[in-house]
Design a protein around this ligand. Structure first.
Ligand code: NDP
Length: 310
């Protein structure tokens, strides 16, 4: 019998429970799933959401792996009490949600929808017809599970897409890598989408110098993580009109404090970290599959590289 501790906010348990039971049964895993950490020494795997409040893994003496329920692992990757493999969440439902959100935000800005939606004032403004997607250059920073799917969806719509990643990769679009590549990618991005993880190497990546590389009136869309952006530099670039708009889903401090300038800036859209979410119906299979692998000696999927931080 495998013992899985589901460590997440209480409200998540009834939603996840049937999916975890189904996904484990489908793989022939005899599992007892609990939300009670009273007997840590008996736990084989922890399904982990930071909202569950678990921080000290020292008492989990039989632990085989920590399986993150989130794609972003910045809140757990540096936890020194974890001595087992740590795997992040890769979930088709999470990916599909992110593709829809990013596509929607890009189309909003590309089509200039605000000009009509925010001004239903009786004036017939037919002087501007939206350009075609092929005339719009989109840059995607981070071509991982989420960034690549978004880049491919935008390419399929006809956008002129290029990506930036740590290591060069064989994506079917122009791909840039390294600091020099970032400058080149930014210089050709009318709309830039940030889908990088928060690591020491990505902190303040979009600083004053990087923002200055973007073309006049460029749009910044950040569903990645708040620390990717130097907030003061972004606000300054918005204030002086260099950046046309920023749509921000993630922030250094969440919830974003009520008095923060992002809430009131006329060219900022704030969404409350809802770009996408792990979907239990599909994500339970990712958890169960890694338990199956752990039990059969196969390598875990999506194991986090602690040195790189993602
Ligand atoms: P992946 O780990 O699959 O992809 C990360 C990508 O970022 C890879 O292409 C990687 O490059 C690149 N990268 C990492 N570090 C650097 C660097 N220093 N320089 C250049 N490129 C770098 O992550 P996902 O696509 O699954 O998720 C991305 C992020 O999205 C998550 O970390 C999380 O922060 C965020 N997220 C936000 C959600 C929301 O609702 N707002 C929901 C879920 C996730 P390489 O391929 O070379 O390693």
């Amino acid at each position: 019998m495998i013992r899985l501790l589901f460590s997440a906010p209480e409200r998540d348990w009834p939603v996840w429970r049937p999916h975890l039971i189904r996904a484990c049964a489908a793989r022939g895993i005899d599992v007892a799933i609990t939300t009670n950490a009273a007997h840590p020494a008996t736990v084989d795997y922890v399904a982990y959401n930071p909202g569950g409040g678990l921080t000290d893994f020292t008492p989990f003496t039989s632990l085989k792996a920590v399986l993150s329920l989130w794609a972003g692992v910045e809140r757990i990757v540096g936890n020194p009490t974890i001595r087992t493999p740590l795997c992040r969440m890769v979930d088709p439902g999470l990916r599909a949600g992110m593709v829809e959100w990013v596509t929607g935000q890009v189309l909003r800005h590309h089509l200039g929808l605000d000009a009509h939606i925010l001004r239903q004032d009786g004036e017939w403004r037919n002087d501007v017809v939206p350009p075609l997607a092929s005339e719009r250059r989109v840059g995607v920073l981070g071509l991982g599970e989420l960034g690549l799917a978004c880049a491919e969806a935008l390419s399929a719509l006809g956008f002129d897409v290029a990506g930036w990643t740590r290591r060069p990769r064989g994506a079917e679009m122009p791909t840039y890598a390294g600091p020099g590549g970032l400058e080149a990618l930014l210089a050709r991005s009318d709309i830039v989408v940030l889908l990088l993880p928060a690591t020491p190497a990505t902190e303040n990546l979009l600083d004053a110098a990087a923002l200055a590389r973007l073309p006049q009136d460029a749009v910044v869309i950040n569903p990645g993580r708040g620390p990717l952006i130097d907030d003061a530099a972004l606000l300054a670039a918005l204030d002086r009109g260099h950046i046309g708009h920023a749509t921000l889903d993630v922030f250094r401090t969440e919830p974003l404090p009520p008095g923060h300038r992002y809430w009131s800036h006329p060219r900022v859209t704030v969404t409350p970290h809802v770009a996408s979410a792990t979907r239990p119906a599909t994500a339970a299979d990712a958890i169960a599959e890694n338990i199956r692998r752990g039990e059969t000696g196969a390598p875990f999927l999506h194991r986090v590289d602690r040195d790189q931080g993602y």
